[in-house]
Ligand binder design. Structure first.
Ligand SMILES: O=C(O)CCC(=O)C(=O)O
Ligand SMILES: [Fe+2]
Length: 237
């Protein structure tokens, strides 16, 4: 197996970009190995390396647990966040232009982190999530301050149908004066999903319009589901 850096470089970003433009999300199959997935999921109980744990039901975010890693991020998480960011920047900047929104995003994750810091967003946002039977994640957007990168990623750390049932990843699209459209995905272990953080541009008869996006996770019907969220902007708290 290639090392992770090579695997990230080897992703077919033109297909990813085409899918993002067409559908607002893209799946890259088998980015992480079974061993990497197991190591990440197995680290959930570790006392070290995390800055914050969230019990979702306490905030009415759903039911389940998640933990934000602290800086310095684990090498694999840092490598993914840093390596996935630059090829997504052209899509992000085209979307911002099509949406008529500011700002434009810099070429490197380090530069985005500096911009976040200057705007009071200093805390890392990559996270590890664990859902037991009966757990779910309500529809939401991962906005943590003024600056948000318009794309984010999640890596699925278990195999649906074997490690858990239910727990589908759900995306809703809400256009103005229209009813919400839903996409339901069940990617496999090690698969990467790139999706829109807040809005995506959809081409209509008179140019692009803004569609508000949310994501969440349907109830886990059995077993235990783990996922890793890779959000590129940092958080104010
Ligand atoms: O558990 C998941 O698949 C999604 C978690 C989530 O909301 C995220 O990564 O932003
Ligand atoms: Fe999320």
């Amino acid at each position: 197996m290639m090392d992770l850096g090579r695997r990230i470089e080897a992703i077919d970003y033109s297909t990813v970009a085409a899918q993002l433009h067409e559908r607002g999300h893209a799946v890259v199959e088998g980015l992480l190995t079974a061993r990497e997935c197991a190591a990440l999921a197995g680290g959930f109980d570790s006392e070290r390396g995390f800055r914050k744990q969230v019990v979702m039901e306490r905030h009415r975010y759903g039911r389940g647990l998640y933990k934000y890693w602290d800086y310095p991020l684990p090498p694999l998480v840092q490598q993914l966040r840093q390596g996935l960011y630059p090829p997504l920047v052209p899509v992000a900047n085209l979307w911002m232009a099509q949406l008529g929104l500011e700002p434009r995003f810099p070429d490197s994750l380090a530069a985005l982190s500096r911009a976040c810091r200057d705007s009071g967003q200093c805390k890392p946002t990559p996270l590890l999530l664990r859902y037991g039977t009966g757990d779910y994640n309500c529809l939401h957007q991962d906005i943590y301050g003024e600056i948000y990168f318009p794309l984010q990623a999640v890596v699925f750390l278990g195999e649906p149908g074997r490690d858990y049932s239910g727990g589908e990843f759900v995306i809703t699209e809400q256009a103005a004066r229209a009813q919400a459209r839903v996409t339901v995905l069940s990617p496999g272990r090690g698969d990467l999903l790139v999706f829109s953080t807040r809005y995506r541009p959809v081409r209509g008869r008179r140019g692009f319009h803004r569609v508000a996006m949310k994501h969440g996770v349907a109830e886990v019907r059995g077993g235990r589901r783990h996922a890793m969220g890779v959000i590129f902007h940092d958080a104010a708290s």
